[in-house]
Design a protein. Structure first.
Length: 53
């Protein structure tokens, strides 16, 4: 691995560690809304077993 790429990787790992320790805020965050599985299953007229398969 080229030294410059290794330095970038090492800095990234250090930044990630700082985020995990709460010393630094993440540059971005992702939020996910819960999926209403029951309504999707009913829309397709599937039982729980068939939907799970």
């Amino acid at each position: 691995m080229k030294e410059e790429l290794f330095k970038e990787l090492l800095e990234s790992v250090r930044q990630g560690g700082a985020v995990l320790r709460g010393e630094r805020k993440p540059s971005r965050e992702f939020t996910f809304e819960p999926i209403d599985v029951r309504s999707i299953r009913k829309k397709y007229g599937l039982s729980q077993d068939k939907f799970a398969n």
